[in-house]
Design a protein around this ligand. Structure first.
Ligand code: SAH
Ligand code: SF4
Ligand code: F3S
Length: 440
């Protein structure tokens, strides 16, 4: 029996790409390996959005080299965004790598493995406008209840700090029929929550259809009880999508809407294409039409030229929106991006200090928001056992809060009404309500 190990860095698109790669390997008779030492194929699915994850890839390759010395049959592959960015240079820096595959080439994985075994090496990288072909339903997904579904690939934006358009290429959109067929099949297999994926998911369009029409099609599919989508660009968050969030019972009342900065000056230098006021207008509209909606965001500190005043604008944006979660990063110059050549670099020490201040504020906001939920009841979609306590189950609310509660009988994928009894920084604890408990 041949065994495979896939190690995944980066975003949800990469996590799902790894499931697709696992599916291809499974169709060729491979089974998952528990450790790198017992694997016949090791694939690193990599991320190059910041320098740190990228340098980790080479560090990890250095470790894997020793396994390769012991087991000459072992195949090592570098996939994902670092592969697309570094191309054949990976073979030069790590000559024991057998396979290099870009994120748009996943469907070729089987052939690339054969070629690497036969010729000693294989490489496949997409061009910018190559189509992304992927047969639905072959991904090796987890047990659910959540399943990722790709709706589009690539990004046509040109944020000045970002490498993603270079690694993922131009936007391509899956036909609606394919998306619907995959969701129907997943619903039939018992998946209850669908997360639609795309680097710029709300830019989706195909003929007359846009993301709002896809959401409406999925809303009608029996068995699907929740739908999320990520990542949304504020500029593409059109009224139709916001109204679909208001109207469709399956669409969750949480939105990840990366702001990146609260300063118009920095947003302009980032070429994000919106102002703080326009961002806030969308948040305001959603708050007015989707009761209880929560927001999360991505923020970058220390973009070139970011002054103390600019940074304070980001803190004030966080206070104004009151995010439930903020993923914050220090700016990392990426080769070939316009921002890498901009003046006004912020020192690493100052970047770190700003990040700490930002995270401190976010903790405060989260603690306050979570504390206000004690006593309220939510419907929780059970996704498994709590890691903190073996008697506890855990799941998420539609507003994306993690809830732990004691309910030995509650099955994965069931919806349980839970009253919140305690608030923590990143999660909530509650007790299941009996019949007639009612939700508030
Ligand atoms: N498509 C999404 C996110 C893509 S990358 C969007 O437009 O929002 C995920 C996050 O990484 C970004 O939102 C940004 O906050 C961060 N990021 C991207 N490039 C970065 C860089 N060079 N340095 C630091 N953070 C970066
Ligand atoms: Fe990067 Fe901007 Fe595209 Fe997001 S929208 S992937 S931040 S270029
Ligand atoms: Fe990283 Fe590529 Fe995703 S750079 S964040 S894995 S699109």
């Amino acid at each position: 029996m041949k065994r495979y190990l896939i190690e995944t860095w980066g975003c949800q698109m990469n996590a799902h790409d790894s499931e697709k790669m696992g599916g291809i390997l499974a169709s060729r008779g491979y089974v998952p390996a528990a450790t790198a030492a017992e694997a016949d194929v090791i694939l690193l699915n990599t991320c190059s959005v910041r320098e740190k994850p990228e340098s980790k890839v080479y560090a990890r390759l250095g470790q894997l080299r020793r396994l390769k010395e012991r087991n000459t049959d072992l195949l090592i592959g570098v996939c994902g965004c670092v592969a697309q960015q570094e191309k054949a240079a990976i073979f030069r820096r790590a000559p024991y790598v057998d396979l290099v595959m870009g994120p748009r080439n996943i469907a070729q994985l089987g052939d690339l493995l054969d070629q690497a075994r036969r010729d000693g090496r294989s490489i496949s990288l997409a061009r910018d406008d190559d189509p992304v072909a992927f047969p639905p339903d072959t991904a090796a997904r987890g047990p659910g209840p959540r399943a990722y579904v790709t709706v589009m690939e690539g990004c046509n934006k040109a944020c000045t700090y970002c490498i993603v358009p270079y690694t993922r290429g131009r936007e391509v959109y899956r036909p609606p029929e394919e998306i619907v067929a995959e969701v129907e099949s997943l619903a039939g297999q018992g998946y209850r929550e669908i997360e639609l994926l795309g680097q710029n998911v709300n830019a989706y369009h195909s003929g007359a259809d846009d993301l709002a029409s896809i959401l409406r099609m999925i809303d009608r599919i029996p068995g699907v009880c929740r739908v999320r989508f990520t990542t949304s660009h504020p500029g593409h968050l059109k009224r139709g999508i916001m109204d679909a969030m208001r109207d469709l019972p399956t669409v969750c009342n949480h939105l990840h809407l990366p702001a990146q900065s609260g300063s118009d000056r920095v947003l302009e230098a980032m070429r994000r294409g919106y102002t703080r006021a326009r961002y806030m207008a969308k948040i305001g509209y959603l708050r007015s039409v989707v009761p209880g909606i929560t927001f999360s965001t991505d923020l970058i500190v220390g973009f070139p030229g970011e002054t103390e005043e600019d940074f304070r604008e980001t803190l004030s944006l966080m206070r104004e929106v009151e995010y439930d979660q903020a993923y914050a990063f220090t700016y990392s110059p990426r080769p070939g991006t316009p921002a890498a050549d901009m003046d006004g670099a912020v020192s690493e020490a100052l970047k770190r200090a700003r990040l700490q201040a930002l995270l401190g504020l976010q903790e405060e906001i989260q603690a306050r928001r979570n504390a206000a939920l004690v006593g309220r009841a939510f419907e929780v979609l059970v996704d498994g056992q709590s890691r903190m306590d073996s008697r506890m189950k855990k799941g998420r609310t539609t507003c994306n809060r993690i809830v732990h509660f004691e309910a030995p009988q509650a099955a994965r994928g069931s919806l349980v009404p839970v009253r919140i009894t305690r608030a923590h920084a990143h999660s909530l604890t509650g007790e299941p309500l009996g019949a007639g408990g009612g939700l508030t």
